[in-house]
Structure formats: C-alpha cells, structure tokens
Design a protein around this ligand. Sequence first.
Ligand SMILES: Nc1ncnc2c1ncn2[C@@H]1O[C@H](COP(=O)(O)OP(=O)(O)OP(=O)(O)O)[C@@H](O)[C@H]1O
Ligand SMILES: [Mg+2]
Length: 257
Amino acid sequence: MIEIKNLTKVYKLNKKQMRESKTTNPLKTAVDDLSLTARPGEIYGLLGPNGAGKTTTLRCISTIIRPTKGQIYVAGHEVQKEPEKVREKIGFLTGDIRLDPQFSVDYMFDFFARLHRMPPERIKERKEELFTYFGIRDFAHKKIKELSTGMGQKAAIAVCLAHDPDIVIFDEPTNGLDIVTARNVTDYLKKLRDEGKLVIVSTHIMSEAEKLCDRIGIIIDGQKVMEGRLEEILHDTDSQDLEDAFFTLYQSRKGEE
Ligand SMILES: Nc1ncnc2c1ncn2[C@@H]1O[C@H](COP(=O)(O)OP(=O)(O)OP(=O)(O)O)[C@@H](O)[C@H]1O
Ligand SMILES: [Mg+2]
C-alpha cells in the first residue's frame, strides 16, 4: 500500500529559475497538502497538466527527494525514516533518470539486479522473461545510446522491474512511444495489477487514464481536486468523458483564483 498524508513539497528556486518563471518569490510549492491511498491490485493514475506536481509526488514516494511536510508510507515504511526498505519494495521509472548511454542493456540489467542482491540464476530467469516480453532480446548487447526512443524506454522499464517489485511507480511510462509499443507497456502494467501488485502511474493523456487506471486522482497546481473511479468522476462532474471532466474541474479552479 502507498499512503500519502498531507504531502507538501516546496522547491527553493535559484536566480536563473526565478528569472525563467518570471517571479521574485524564491519558493515554489509544487505539491500542496496532497493525500492519497493506493492499494495492491489496483492501477492508480495521477492525472494532471504540465507542472501539476505529478513527477514531484512520485519522486517523494520513491525517496529521490524529501517531502517538505507530510508523511508517505510505502508497504508500511515511512520514506524518510526507512528509505532503504522502501527502495527494496519499489520499481521506479522516470524520464529524468537515464540509463548510462555507454553501457549495454544487458550490462545495466545485471548491474541493477545485483544492486538488489539477486542471485545469478534468478537474474537470468527474470532477464529472459522481461527481454522476451518487451522484445528487446535482439537489442540486449547494444549500447543504450544506440537504441531508438521506444527501445530505450522498454529497456529502462525492464531494468527497473528486474527485482520483481511489489510496487511499481511509473512516471509517464508511455511518453514518446508509438501506439503499439505503448500498448505493450500498458498491457504489462495490467498484468502486474492482475498479479496483485500496486501500480501507480502519472499521465497527462486522458485516454490512457480512462483505459488503464482503476482509480484516478486529478491534480492541478499541486492539489488533488478529485479522485475516484472513472464512472464516479464522470458522475460527479456531470461529464461525458474524462477530458470534459478535467476541463470542468480546471475552469472551476481557475475561476476561484
Ligand atoms: N527541481 C526543481 N526545482 C524547482 N522547481 C521545480 C523542480 N522540479 C519541479 N519544479 C516545479 O514544480 C512544479 C511541479 O513540477 P513537476 O515536474 O512535479 O510537474 P509534473 O506534473 O510532473 O509536470 P509535467 O507534466 O510537465 O511532467 C512545476 O512548476 C515545476 O516547474
Ligand atoms: Mg512530470
């Protein structure tokens, strides 16, 4: 289970960042008092526009950055108190952690699997399974830098699933993928869900959230403005589809400002 209790993350901007965001305020609240619970056997989707705070939230869960306020429990372990325990339980995919371009997919897989102290036999087994599923066996000996975007993304996915984590945290997993490759990835996430794992993804693609996620949390400006199953969100916003629902919520929020 992932339990986020009143998470707030405030970044301190440097001069360049302040200039770029045309502000004189050095503090940027990226996530603002956000709480949510995601459970094993479900795909929870964080849906929100650019800059909503999706990546920041997932990075806090994954112990990459520290919350400013609030607590996050991953399988019962608080992220700031027991970060190593949390890291053992999760597989974290994000666009801004790149695999080293000089090494082969094969090498990176072994490297990460060994970090998780997996025995050699198990590494071989998992590699066979994941490389076959994602169709990367023929590319396994290529350097990361020689791979296409889609192949690179699939390699990154295989590597972060090496240790067969119970909790899968994927930041925009289908970013830059064509529809065939994207479907390959989302089908795998459904398979993990059906095996009873907890999957949490971020996306700004409405159709992906509609089709993939069991529950959706809509975040705007760092705050969760609605959460529920697709039918519940459509019902509560009196909308035909998620895009309509999103705009209803977005406009009512911007109207308040
Ligand atoms: N390291 C950082 N330093 C300062 N500000 C940051 C940093 N990372 C993110 N931000 C700011 O925090 C806010 C939330 O960013 P975040 O990357 O979490 O959003 P996101 O929902 O993932 O957006 P996107 O859809 O573009 O990936 C944005 O205003 C962003 O500019
Ligand atoms: Mg992001």
